[in-house]
Ligand binder design. Sequence first.
Ligand SMILES: Cc1cc2nc3c(=O)[nH]c(=O)nc-3n(C[C@H](O)[C@H](O)[C@H](O)COP(=O)(O)OP(=O)(O)OC[C@H]3O[C@@H](n4cnc5c(N)ncnc54)[C@H](O)[C@@H]3O)c2cc1C
Length: 564
Amino acid sequence: MPDLREFPQNESSLTHTEMTDCPRREWVLMDTDVLVAGAGPIGLTTAIELRRRGISCRIIDPLDEPRQYAKAVGIQPRTLELFENMGVLRQALDASTLMRGQIMYTNGVEVGRVDLTLPEDVPYWFLCLPQYSTERILTERLAELGTTVERGVGLTAFEQSDDAVTCTLSDGSTVTARYLVGSDGAHSVVRKGLGLSFEGGAFAESYMLGDVEVDWSIPSGYSVRANHTADDGTTDDLLVCIPLPGHKRYRMSMLVPEELMPDESSNKAAVQHGFSTGKTPELHHIQAVLDRLSPEPTTASMLRWSSVFRISHRIVDAYGRGRVFVAGDAAHIHPPTGAQGMNTGIQDAHNLAWKVALAVKGVATADLLETYDAERRPVGEEVVGMTVRNAREGIGAGESSIDTAMRRQAQLLIDYSESPLNSGRDSSSPHVQPGKRAPDARGLRRDGVQYPIRLFDLLSGVDHTLLLTSDGSAASINSLEKVADAVIRSAHGLLDVYAIVPPGTVHVDSLVPIIEDNDSQLCAAYGIEGTAALVIRPDGYLGFRGHPENISDYFAKVFAVSRE
Ligand SMILES: Cc1cc2nc3c(=O)[nH]c(=O)nc-3n(C[C@H](O)[C@H](O)[C@H](O)COP(=O)(O)OP(=O)(O)OC[C@H]3O[C@@H](n4cnc5c(N)ncnc54)[C@H](O)[C@@H]3O)c2cc1C
């Protein structure tokens, strides 16, 4: 049933004075708040994050069935933090296998071994989870939230006005939505419809992929990179094996033999990225590469699927225009080196969805949605550059230390330092600043809970979180309650507030939940002393740090003025 909503009432972020100057708006019949085009991992994440915030959405995909092959296998530690927030962490851990490290061979000789370890402050490690499992888990979560993917129907065209986007689907129907998110992959109809450029280039080589079992003695959980170097120093043969859940099962990728080369003469203008529809590699093609490059004699069996694919590196010139946005491969494509593509797209979706949700609820500032491009396009540009560099020079090339290289691959260093949303930033301070990922802290205690809790437990909601430090005295709690009351109003009620008190504090009556920083881990992780406020955004980034009296600087950038 379409619902009838009037935009100026529900969505406007204009002040009352500005509204009186507005031309009269028409009533618009909405089918849904947001249409999500594409039910790959990025569209599914977008839809989940919208539904968790009570926003109506439809999600469509021309494929009758989800794909049953694994493009993305590597899941980064940062993505697992997002999965925890989305309520799919257990499912992802259950269905995956640990990525312990990589062993490198050149001309049959082991030349290096990297163990993928992370310091204790990082909650999760690197996992291998085939993309079909990721999509299944996300689809199930979305269904729990009441939304089912509409399959067998794709987006063919759209038009946007000041108030809505009218989308035409492949079955001839139209959908009117407040916003359209194009998560429709590398050949995106949404990107083309917006007229965005997609600058970059294609790699000359074609590759083939196969999902097989082997009988070698390589230790469990290690990927293998084996190459052959010619006399002139160039690599002329390559095999990369990524562990999959199962017994000695790997997703293997290698250069494609001449007989399987795709014929690209007919479609030179198209974006050359992803799987080709031509000839399919067979077990003997993979065995031939293993016979040349495997670190020890081995036999491949149980071929589950295989394909030939090409890789390009491209990025759009804008992540959206007006009411229409692109995310994931629709916005950026690059080599699979270091398992960055899907993980980056999942963070695009996280960044976009909470902002769209606030806009749909009519409580966002006029500029909030523009920060999606401002924050995510620099990240996309960095990922494209890094993966192209790593494909040519190896992962970690140019990094100052192993720790930095690990954290960067894990996507823990992605930040929005230049974001217009940041407030209270002091770039000369050594402590975590607005625009950076908000780190976890353990050892917290709260009344009624017998075990230590983590900061991330407090961030498991869908809104902003405000942490206010207090010495726990009645006077301090009283003044903190006043701050909380004012800020909750300016955030239209969409804010969770906690008082952070030192260990051993005698609790006084408080309207704000009190959290004891039992081992002072929270204050240490954030470098806090005395009276302080921290605002953590719904996507887990620090938005503000500073004195409580300055908090409104941040909220004024996110939330429209409350008319209460
Ligand atoms: C060989 C290989 C290995 C990779 N390994 C990794 C890895 O280990 N880790 C990692 O993070 N990334 C990896 N990637 C990248 C990763 O697969 C992509 O970044 C990821 O699939 C992007 O997700 P997406 O949802 O944006 O696009 P897609 O997965 O391409 O999904 C797009 C969806 O949109 C649908 N669609 C298309 N047209 C329309 C339309 N008109 N209307 C509606 N829907 C439409 C499609 O049917 C599809 O379901 C790899 C890529 C390749 C090629």
